[in-house]
Design a protein around this ligand. Sequence first.
Ligand code: GLV
Ligand code: MN
Ligand code: MN
Length: 475
Amino acid sequence: MLTRRQFNRHLLTLTGAALAAPAAGLAGSALCPFGKLRAPRAKDEGWAQEPEAGEPPLRCFPRLVNTERLWETLQGLSRFSAPGEGTTRVGFSPEDLAGHNWLMERFRREGLEVSIDAAANLRARRAGQRDDLPALWFGSHIDTVPHGGNFDGCVGSLGALEVIRLMNENTVRTQRPLELVIFSNEEGVHYGRGLFGSRALAGLLEPGELEEVDDEGVSLAEWIRRYGGDPERIPEMTPAEGSLHAYVELHIEQGGRLWQGRIPLGIVEGIVGILRYRVTLEGFANHAGTTPMDQRRDALVAASRIILAVREIVTAEPGRQVGTVGQMRVEPGAPNIIPERAVFPVELRDLSMEKLDRLAEQIRERAAHLAAEEKVSFLMEPVSRHEPALTHPQIRHRMQQAAGEMRASVLTMASGAGHDAQAMAKLCPVGMIFVPSRDGISHAPGEYSRPEEVACGAELLYHTLLRLDQIERFN
Ligand code: GLV
Ligand code: MN
Ligand code: MN
């Protein structure tokens, strides 16, 4: 979640001239609450670094995908960013809206039937030979974390566009309709909960979620309207059972296994579950010079002890579970005042939800004890709960076959990052393809994947979709 100051900063940078590319058919002024905005500036550095000496050699060469075209489109999208290092295109922000509009126009140029659904997901449909069959879905997201990269989500979104371009070029007509989707607010930086668009589709929103307001006092429902969505109709949007054939997502790995193993493609077996809590500690603000050390009720000292306890508890047993405190709000927030209030998230991830619940209880117990020792009040509230999801074996099998034909080696692996495919698993069989992330870096300005490997991922997506189109029913 952005702090008030960070989010204000984004909005302040965006006053001035009109948006670069308002969607054709949707008036820019109707979409944009701020009236005239300055066009997001082209980034002049940072996102597309040159290959470094000593990098592992490429192990996959695309045969069909137009690598240059795909790379240029990625570069085009990178322009939509708030200033600063890396890419900042936070979900439900002017930059993200401008990016959606720019992409919408590209979908239209490929002859897709474009719409914005009730939850502000960008949808683009390509007719099949038989429109009565359940559609085959694919896509990803284009929102980013603050000062992240232009690859997380973007590779899958623009890889999906490249697939459509290939089909158009080669006059491929699938049996089923294709539904390309760009999910809204996947990162959940704004409003604190991830996978917004896919959860809305799958009927997994939390009660009251749409009425929540951000630090500017703007409700989530209002942001959805600014994109052309219709929050009142979200409850009706969940598709009828069996009306989706499958959902496939191409994504960067965001870890280092493919890069270190010099393997060009990953096939995802399962996606971790994610538990998020918000901890609020309240002590007493007083003068930092006159209050003796033994008479303080310092919320930040208590928070620090709790952060260390999170690490201790999460690492106390074997397994791949991880725990993170990635943010801290301290009030009043001055060098000469004892911190009265500390608010921070605790996030836990693992493939087993039972393990996460157990760890969360241990953290709660220990944190309550530490807070009492520091004489501060303690509240630990659940914020979100994303269940782990397994991908469908038949989809993995088709991916394996397709990768074999591409003569590319693959690694079957778990995903430590959350993905929209997780929520989509509530609706239909899902599958995911990974491409390597250089040095395993993601959610940081150094996030990077090589053009050829991005293209190989798109090529595997293309072949996978054609194969899944032929499956009559999953078993
Ligand atoms: C999204 O990238 C997440 O895993 O938080
Ligand atoms: Mn992502
Ligand atoms: Mn991400």
